[in-house]
Design a protein around this ligand. Structure first.
Ligand SMILES: Nc1ncnc2c1ncn2[C@@H]1O[C@H](COP(=O)(O)OP(=O)(O)OP(=O)(O)O)[C@@H](O)[C@H]1O
Length: 372
């Protein structure tokens, strides 16, 4: 799939923008703070209904304006798909094919993107929260049901934490409500965990040969889910539920003392191993970069295998962060099959045929012009 046309109104530093893109590499050039990342972010938000760099939607609205609007026409193998997202202080309104979507979980997934930005290089080294966010966003793209489960889970977690706090400060003494919430919590938690196990296995299957290729056959990558409770991918849902039930009954008093839910998908993590060693602890910077790049390239293939189309690839300021060999590997992999957006302040030093043949745009103070 590819995005043919993008329209922005009151989005970040863009007042009004209409631009046509090509189904190949689109290079977005410009000095610092002109609006390159903002365009990339808008494409990401159009697909995911969420930004990759802020959780506050209001940041996306141009200062002193009431709303922001992103429109795009996406070409898919089944035809053209108009997408529209309006962000206002009251919330978000999403339209697909001119029809308003009641739930964002139905909207997300119609357009697929993979973003690779400098912060993704922290996927390995960063906090578990970064990795959980990554896993949730990526599964959400291929599974609307998962998005629904995650939002259910967040609600139940919040209620459960609230109730535990009430018990902690002794505003409540009856445990019946806690037991009901725990049961609901477990039911949703195991669905999420089993989907994460399944997704990571697929991701590893794709990432392993890619990593081997980038490391010239020297490194073998393994991705492992690290649950906070003692569950494993060999267990079915009912076995996992039993593990959780036992765990929660054992730690009930401790949870009440602390007023917080101590186990569950919100505390889980994932680990990357290269040649059997944990990359987070023992990996060199280069190995961490290769791991992040392999995972991103694997995502492209995974989405293709799940939905039958390649996603868009957004490379925000990241090419210059990779050495020549990794750059070439990346550009060779996407060549001719993935619509790609690249932002950079200059193409000097990036000497790849794909970029020479790319469409180029110049961004200056919230305006964008095609230059090649
Ligand atoms: N909500 C907003 N309303 C208006 N302008 C905004 C808003 N949010 C950010 N900006 C402006 O957008 C500009 C930054 O744009 P962007 O992050 O796209 O820069 P960039 O071209 O990618 O720069 P760099 O190369 O430094 O990453 C800044 O000047 C910032 O003040």
């Amino acid at each position: 799939m590819y995005i043919e046309q993008l329209g922005l109104k009151n989005y970040r530093n863009y007042d009004n923008l209409e631009v046509q893109f090509e189904n190949k590499v689109n290079v977005i050039l410009g000095e610092n703070a002109q609006g390159k990342t903002n365009v990339m972010e808008s494409i990401y938000v159009l697909a995911m209904a969420k930004s990759h760099r802020t959780s506050n939607d209001k940041d996306l609205i141009r200062w002193d304006q009431e709303y922001a609007k992103i429109e795009g026409r996406v070409q898919k193998s089944r035809g053209s798909l108009p997408m529209e997202l309006i962000i206002s202080k009251k919330g978000k309104k999403a339209k697909c094919n001119h029809i308003e979507q009641q739930k964002l979980s139905q909207y997300v997934g119609n357009m697929n993107v993979v973003m690779f930005a400098p912060e993704d290089l922290h996927l390995v080294k960063g906090s578990p929260q970064v990795r959980r966010r990554f896993i949730d966003m990526e599964i959400g793209q291929v599974s609307p049901l998962y998005l629904h489960d995650i939002s259910q889970y967040q609600k139940i977690l919040q209620q459960r934490n609230h109730y535990l706090k009430q018990l902690q400060i002794k505003k409540q003494t009856d445990h019946t409500m806690l037991d009901i919430l725990t049961e609901q919590f477990i039911q949703t938690a195991v669905k999420i965990i089993s989907k994460r196990f399944e997704f990571l296995q697929l991701l590893e299957n794709w990432a392993k040969p890619i990593h081997e290729g980038i490391s010239r056959g020297l490194e073998s990558l393994k991705i492992e889910y690290k649950p906070s409770a003692d569950v494993s991918d060999e267990q079915d849902l009912s076995k996992m539920m039993t593990v959780y039930e036992e765990k929660f009954s054992k730690i009930k008093n401790r949870e009440i003392e602390r007023g917080v839910t101590m186990f569950g998908p919100h505390r889980d993590d994932l680990l990357f191993y290269v040649n059997g060693r944990d990359v987070q602890t023992f990996g060199s910077q280069g190995q961490q970069r290769t791991t992040a790049l392999s995972v991103k390239l694997a995502e492209i293939e995974l989405i293709h295998s799940e939905i039958g189309e390649y996603p868009l690839l957004l490379l925000d300021d990241v090419l210059s962060e990779l050495d020549d060999y990794r750059q070439s590997h990346l550009l060779n992999t996407i060549q001719g099959k993935v619509q790609t957006f690249v932002t950079t302040t200059s193409v000097d030093g990036i000497d790849h045929q794909t970029l020479k043949e790319a469409a180029a745009f110049k961004v200056e103070a919230g305006s964008m012009k095609k230059i090649q």
